[in-house]
Design a protein around this ligand. Structure first.
Ligand code: PLP
Length: 391
């Protein structure tokens, strides 16, 4: 494992050593139910409070506005269903984008089956939601707009502050799925006019199975999970203290190192992109060249788009972990990516993307190794032809 090059950080990230160190006492002896009155419970409660402060700071939110959940998926569900349930179905119109994560799209399917009307905004060829498209979609019954901060497949960063302001001018709430963006791009929920925001620990070098929903003070939502009233009654169930401690520490590290990590990943990503553009003929970047997550490359190789899975397997055999489209679509390997289809790609090209996503532990040596291996891997997959590929 040590020698492998991991370039799939959008799928999940390795735990930071400082995070496992913070969690260790809670896995090896310390315990306690944060709801208990005694000292053991109080210590656990303090640990959860610290984690809440750390996650809130990453978002420039107040600790009381953070609701811990069991994943980013659950946070998305809580945002959409939690707001929808405060309205009668016929009075609730929801707007999202065609390139939202399945955690949002499947929740929209669920709400549709319950009589909610949903509009899916189209995106431009770079994968950006245009503010005019949002303006045109708004109706008297539009109560919630949900647009992701950055896309998990192509890495495109959305103009969420503009979209949130348009939403507010209309009197609706704005939710953003910031699972990919948090820890990589600065977030200030007030300055960006965000009402609800989803975040996930395992995308920022924290443990898996922990997430949070930011709910701006004063917004009422209905819980999905009922029980003992933890998380202000919005997510009952005894807290995963070790997981929360890890999430909090990971959020703190992400906040303290955000600017330098962002710059480092932008430059490492550029190095890979320019290296591939010069060594692999017909390489193209999918998505917006500039409005993109740092270190997030979604690439196509003209002439071998039908071979994405073979390309991944060839990289894997050389010790490089990458992905085609999103990890969530691994079960649908070989299917066209719905994100790329929404961006206007034909079904063949929409099947053929390679996603390389860099993270905190990637080094220059990883970039070098990829630049050594990938050109050969692509070359071996190209159909042999005596004609130059011009399309
Ligand atoms: N939203 C986006 C944009 C994601 O990329 C993911 C995970 O890939 C999720 C939501 C789901 O988060 P989790 O894996 O914590 O359920």
């Amino acid at each position: 494992m040590v020698d492998r090059v991991y370039l799939d950080n959008a799928a999940t990230t390795p735990l930071s050593p400082a995070v496992s160190e913070a969690m260790r006492p809670w896995l090896e002896g310390m315990f306690g139910n944060p709801s208990s009155m005694h000292t053991t419970g109080r210590v656990a409660r303090q640990a959860v409070s610290l984690a809440r402060e750390q996650v809130a700071s990453l978002l420039a939110a107040e600790p009381a506005e953070v609701v811990f959940t069991g994943s980013g998926t659950e946070a998305d569900n809580l945002a959409l269903v939690g707001v929808a349930e405060t309205f009668a179905p016929g009075e609730f119109h929801l707007v999202t984008s065609a390139i939202a994560h399945p955690a949002v799209l499947s929740t929209c399917d669920y709400l549709t089956r319950r009589g909610v009307e949903v509009t899916y905004l189209t995106v431009n060829p770079e994968g950006i939601v245009e503010p005019d498209a949002l303006r045109a979609s708004l109706r008297a019954t539009t109560r919630l707009v949900s647009v992701m901060a950055a896309n998990n497949v192509v890495g495109t960063v959305q103009p969420i502050t503009d979209l949130a302001r348009i939403t507010h001018d209309h009197g609706a709430l704005f939710h953003t799925d910031a699972v990919q963006a948090a820890g990589k791009l600065p977030i200030d929920v007030r300055a960006q006019s965000i009402d609800l925001l989803s975040i996930s620990s395992h995308k920022l070098n924290g443990p898996q199975g922990i997430g949070a929903l930011y709910v701006r003070k004063g917004i009422e939502i209905e819980p999905l999970v009922h029980g003992g009233g933890q998380e202000r009654g919005l997510r009952s169930g005894t807290e995963n203290v070790a997981g929360l401690v890890g999430f909090g520490r990971a959020a703190e590290i992400a906040r303290l190192t955000l600017a330098e990590e962002n710059a480092r990943l932008v430059s490492l990503g550029e190095r890979i992109l320019t290296g591939l553009e010069s060594s692999v003929p017909n390489t193209y970047l999918i998505g917006d060249r500039y409005r993109r997550l740092p270190g997030h490359l979604c690439l196509g190789f003209r002439g071998c788009e039908g071979e994405a899975i073979r390309l991944l397997l060839a990289l894997d055999a050389s010790g490089i972990a990458a992905s085609a489209g999103s990890a969530c679509s691994a079960a649908n390997a070989g299917e066209p990516s719905s994100v790329l289809v929404a961006m206007g790609f034909d079904p063949i090209r929409a099947r053929g993307s390679l996603r390389l996503t860099l993270g905190r532990f990637n080094t220059d040596a990883d970039a070098e190794r990829l630049l050594e291996v990938l050109p050969h891997a692509v070359d071996s997959l190209r159909p042999t032809t005596s004609h130059p590929i011009t399309a």
